[in-house]
Design a protein around this ligand. Structure first.
Ligand code: B12
Ligand code: SF4
Ligand code: SF4
Length: 223
């Protein structure tokens, strides 16, 4: 079944990520049958292969459609879920599901100093577009596990790159970042993406092209 799901997702430039079995007694979302789910498998992107599929779909939608990437993701992942008998949960569904905790467990990923999880191959150029919930404990996808890239990173250039020092041990200074991105000096962050994220040397091959980064920055900072 997982191979079929992965093949359907590939047609839209998405990939099957890791999954996990929920522990008995742990707080968990409901599965397709309405009872607490037995497993979750994550769906995401590594690099921006999804972009051309998304844009073809978007060209057929009303120009003022709100949250188009979420709508497209729900449509694509929803169709796959229907075939697989799963329930879809989206990263922006409220209350927020702990996607990052799930991925840490499912794929052994760790946080970068920027707060984003870093992947040994994809670097910071990956994200989660949805989760498939199953009632039962299904066979889980195989995922590659490797060392945490940040542990071996000399000089940690990501921490020195932000013009307003938005990343520190105190966490991410959201207000300072957004104000810079929207402001007169924020053109590079608006058009080329987050300078700190782009300073990371890992996963160069998967770096999102500038128009993709600009799209996400617009959604994030609302300019
Ligand atoms: C709300 C939210 C934000 C908020 C607040 C983040 C926060 N932690 O409070 C804001 C608007 C600041 C934000 C910003 C961004 N976000 Co955000 N965000 C979310 C969202 C929707 C919910 C987070 C949450 O509260 N979860 C609930 C808790 C219970 O779940 P959790 O897994 O345990 O939460 C972990 C994270 O919160 C993490 N964490 C702790 N502190 C911080 C700080 C930051 C800045 C981040 C990103 C994470 C983080 O540790 C928690 C424990 O494991 C998630 C999707 C999701 N459902 O998880 C995306 C998500 C975390 N965001 C993501 C991204 C990509 C971004 C941005 C780059 C935006 C963009 N342009 O795309 C920026 C990054 C800012 C930076 N550091 O450079 C990705 C991360 C992918 C990855 N590789 O890890 C996610 C998973 C969405 C996705 N579709 O993949 N985000
Ligand atoms: S620049 Fe280094 S420390 Fe920063 S995210 Fe990349 S690998 Fe990790
Ligand atoms: S988007 Fe710009 S201001 Fe915000 S954290 Fe990245 S480099 Fe800093």
């Amino acid at each position: 079944m997982l191979e079929e799901i992965a093949a359907c997702l590939r047609e839209s430039g998405l990939i099957l990520r890791g999954g996990l079995h929920f522990a008995r007694g742990e707080e968990r979302p409901s599965g397709p049958g309405g009872e607490p789910a037995g497993s979750v498998v994550l769906v995401g992107n590594a690099g921006a292969d999804y972009w051309r599929h998304f844009n073809c779909w978007r060209a057929r939608q009303p120009a003022d459609l709100a949250d188009p990437l979420d709508c497209w993701s729900r449509e694509v992942i929803g169709a796959v879920a229907q075939k697989a008998g799963a329930r879809v949960l989206m990263p922006n569904d409220r209350p927020f599901a702990p996607f990052q905790q799930w991925v840490m467990r499912a794929e052994g990923l760790k946080s970068s100093p920027l707060g984003l999880l870093i992947h040994p191959r994809y670097g910071l150029w990956h994200a989660f577009r949805g989760a498939l919930l199953f009632d039962e404990e299904i066979a889980l996808p195989n995922v590659e596990r490797s060392n945490h890239p940040c542990a071996l990173c000399d000089g940690k250039p990501c921490l020195k790159a932000c013009p307003v020092g938005a990343h520190s041990e105190a966490g991410f200074a959201y207000a300072a970042c957004v104000s810079h991105v929207r402001g007169a000096d924020g053109q590079t962050c608006r058009e080329g993406g987050c300078i700190a994220r782009n300073a990371c040397p890992v996963g160069e091959r998967y770096r999102y092209p500038a128009p993709v980064q600009a799209f996400h920055q617009k959604a994030f900072a609302g300019f």
